[in-house]
Design a protein. Structure first.
Ligand code: GLN
Ligand code: ZN
Length: 799
């Protein structure tokens, strides 16, 4: 027995005083994205990819040590080729039978198998992808059934640990914990009805133990098992089932004493409070628990008493947003925890509340931002510094008084800075009354719209964007570089708009779009044209796999810009964001052209949003800016306006108790944006998911005249929800899955339409793709849309 690793009864196993729960893994200059995509395209070898991966891993370890994470086990294993859920699944071998045998002769799952699961192959769709808790990161969903076999199938996590160790650093390997892994899984295709993946927990645990044993043998002192499922109310997992699973799982994983074949375990619970699960987690034999005390509340005194003998790793620094930490407030939380720890015999360490892979690397990369704004921000590197400062505070409060005072001063200056609180914006939101949130009866609106639009039954439309060709993206890049001027850029965009309008005319669409060629991104485009926002240059964060997004920063009061925008600099369109493009498109056709706006909730969800006031208030400011834009579109003769809210579901709080309040303000903000429209203006919305059932009341409450939703991948399942709910307004369940280059046949679309007509009255139905077409190529888009219109004509004839 190794005395060093065997603590006396109730003495916490030493844990580093400062850590982060994770760090951006795509590389400071998106090196991993480039390396992975080159490998996929066949332009580079596996050896080149592995070399790039090693150099990213070592650079990360060096950087984190430089920033102050010098203690052994303070640096988490953060690397992933694609996704941390997939990493853990592949390590444990629980891959779906539908892929056949992906294991090699040695029983291992290699990189090819890994990417096959992530990206699919000629026969098999990839694993489904869905949002990771309330973030904009997407993970791959394991498919588990009674037939799933678990066996240690990849030791990549051990190899990654050994690589860092060979270079002088003992890191803390990361795995998704067993309860979360199964709670986030779906039942495999072959599983019997009602099968719960969590029922396979006991079969999975020995493989986790085996892997922990390998990590211990390689020299890992600590391992991090991430259990965010414990902060959420998940469908099909009652609080009782969750605590039972925690108890079973961690009894098995801690059965071996620490140091005798397993590392000490840090169970991390990011994204909110453990709430009811606190007692179950505290009762386990794990050596440390990381709790989120930024978004979540401090545990009660009685709950804290349960952590005796452990280390409580306090997530006081927000890992999910970019604002500089209020060190004085964090210090207060740490004081409370230290006092409780002294009383109850637990140690306290400092961490971020979540992994920092939700935020960019480094504020210092953004020298173009105003220095004031920059001083309010903390990206991943700055957060490591904050954690280190707060750990120093725990050791000796007086030693960091200057840093604490400086943070207090900067936060106070932020509150006073120009643009943060603008009286004219505040007056408008302050003066809102109920009437501002409501339109007239749908029946009256429908009649007025019918008169103006005179559409055929089953009207056809698209969701907004058309393929973003390399010419379009190239033109934008040249404008940014100054190689062309605004007038040239405008002319190129107009050419593209004309092409898109002509194509829709030729195909026979009823409601046209301009195609959104001018938009780099559906949120950033608005951020660039509204006051209160800024955008970054290097602020990329991983969205899924090799895909990254660059969220804008919403730091001040929002309104449309007072001055002329970069483009369309004439006074008449001074504040308008979309009007000139839309009216140009409308000038080319007699068919109605649909104006296209991004809704307030989506603008918030896909930006880094100020944290100094309730989201509801910020949402209303954005809504009023959009309301102004809608008024201008109407004045310019636009009769149909779509306000996209693909992120409505994403921001839904993880705890059921918080959901009603969220749905209330989010629905209101959409209504505030749209309720100024005339009865005769047809308001559309678009939602990007098919798990419709859970929030159908809220979707109904948006009160849009027409709602288009994703449905093709789920074979129109959504029409059952619509029927059961008695959804009474226009609805376009998508008939063309735009996530794949596949061209749906006319017959297939006719079948989908027949299903739709069987469940939803034909007079309410619209025909459209699942989502925007910007990631598709023109060839498949044209063929698919042609089939869509032909199928619609056939369906009309059959009505
Ligand atoms: N109007 C947007 C587009 O077509 C909608 C995108 C989305 O729903 N994500 O691109
Ligand atoms: Zn969509």
């Amino acid at each position: 027995m190794n005395a060093q690793h065997t603590p006396a009864q109730n003495q916490p196993v030493p844990f580093p005083s400062a850590t982060v729960l994770g760090y951006p893994r795509i590389g400071r200059r998106r090196e991993l994205k480039k390396a992975v995509e080159a490998f996929w395209s066949g332009s580079s070898s596996e050896a080149a990819l592995l070399a790039a991966a090693e150099s990213i891993q070592l650079a990360t370890v060096r950087r984190l040590a430089e920033l102050g994470l010098t203690a052994p086990s303070a640096i988490p294993g953060t690397f992933s080729f694609y996704d941390q859920v997939l990493d853990t699944l592949v390590a444990l071998g629980g891959i779906p039978a539908r892929f056949g045998n992906l294991h090699d002769a040695g029983g291992r799952l290699g990189l090819d198998a890994y990417f096959t699961l992530a990206r699919g192959n000629a026969e098999q769709q990839p694993l489904e992808m869905t949002k990771w808790f309330d973030t904009n990161y997407h993970y791959l969903v394991p498919e588990i059934g009674p037939e799933t076999r678990f066996s240690l199938s990849s030791e990549r996590v051990v190899e990654e640990f050994s690589l860092a160790k060979a270079n002088g650093t003992v890191t803390r390997p990361y795995l998704v914990g067993p309860v979360t892994l199964l709670a986030l899984s779906k039942a495999s295709d072959g599983a019997p009805a009602g099968f719960a993946p969590l029922s396979r927990l006991d079969d999975l645990l020995p493989v986790y133990s085996e892997l922990l044993g390998k990590l211990a043998a390689a020299g890992a002192a600590w391992v991090q098992l991430d259990e965010p499922a414990l902060v959420a109310d998940l469908d099909g997992l009652s609080p009782h089932e969750a605590s039972t699973a925690v108890e079973r799982a961690y009894a098995a994983l801690t059965a071996t004493p620490v140091g005798e074949g397993r590392p000490a375990i840090l169970l991390s619970a990011p994204y909110g409070s453990l709430g009811e699960q606190t007692a179950a987690v505290a009762a386990t034999g794990v050596e440390a628990v990381a709790i989120d005390v930024f978004k979540g509340a401090l545990p009660s005194a009685a709950e804290l008493a349960l952590f005796s003998g452990k280390t409580l790793v306090a997530g006081v620094v927000d890992g999910h947003n970019i604002w500089r930490n209020d060190l004085a407030a964090s210090a207060q939380k740490l004081d409370a925890l230290r006092t409780a720890g002294a009383e109850h015999g637990f140690a306290v360490a400092v961490a971020t509340s979540t992994s920092t892979f939700h935020v960019p690397h480094d504020v210092d990369e953004e020298q173009q931002l105003d220095a004031g704004l920059r001083s309010w921000l903390a990206f991943a590197d700055q957060k490591v510094g904050e954690v280190a400062t707060l750990a120093a505070y725990l050791a000796d409060p007086a030693s960091v008084q200057d840093e604490i005072d400086e943070a207090t001063r900067v936060i106070a200056s932020r509150a006073q800075a120009p643009g943060v609180r603008r009286p004219e914006v505040r007056q408008r939101t302050g003066a809102l009354t109920d009437a501002d949130f409501s339109r007239s009866d749908f029946a009256a609106r429908a009649a007025a719209q019918e008169e103006v639009l005179a559409l055929p039954p089953l009207p056809t439309t698209t969701i907004g964007s058309f393929p973003q060709t390399s010419e379009v993206r190239g033109a934008r890049a040249r404008l940014t570089k100054g190689a062309i001027d605004a007038a040239e850029y405008e002319a190129l965009m107009k050419d593209e708009i004309k092409r898109v309008v002509d194509l829709q005319e030729e195909l026979g669409f009823d409601v046209l779009v301009h195609g959104e060629p001018e938009r780099n991104d559906m949120v950033q485009y608005f951020a660039e044209n509204l006051d209160g926002f800024d955008v970054t240059v290097h602020g990329w964060v991983q969205s899924y796999g090799s895909r990254c997004t660059r969220p804008s920063i919403l730091w001040g009061d929002v309104s449309r810009q007072a001055g002329p925008s970069i483009l369309w600099g004439d006074a008449s369109s001074a504040a308008a964001i979309t009007v000139p493009w839309t009216t140009y498109a409308q000038s080319l056709t007699d068919k109605p052209v649909k104006g296209m706006l991004t809704g307030p909730v989506t603008i918030l969800a896909w930006s880094f949003v100020r944290d100094d006031q309730p989201l509801a208030e910020t949402a209303n400011q954005v809504a009023l800016a959009l309301r102004d834009e809608i008024a201008d579109l109407e004045a310019a003769g636009i009769k149909v306006i779509q306000v996209d809210e693909p992120a409505l579901r994403e921001l839904l709080p993880l705890r059921r108790a918080d959901q009603a309040d969220y749905l209330d303000w989010s629905v209101k903000s959409f209504r505030l944006a749209t309720a100024g429209a005339a009865d005769s203006t047809q308001v559309h919305t678009h939602l990007c998911y098919s798990e419709f059932g859970a929030i159908i009341d809220a979707i109904d409450a948006l009160d849009a005249d027409v709602t288009s939703i994703e449905a093709a991948r789920s074979r129109m399942e959504v029409v059952n929800d619509l029927e059961a709910h008695g959804f009474g307004r226009g609805v376009g369940p998508g008939v063309y899955d735009i996530h794949s280059p596949r061209v749906p046949s006319q017959e297939e679309i006719e079948d989908l339409l027949a299903t739709a007509v069987a469940h939803v009255p034909a007079r309410q139905l619209w025909v459209n793709p699942d989502c925007g077409l910007k990631t598709r190529g023109y060839a498949e888009t044209e063929a698919s849309l042609r089939n869509l219109v032909r199928a619609t004509r056939a369906a009309r004839a059959a009505l």
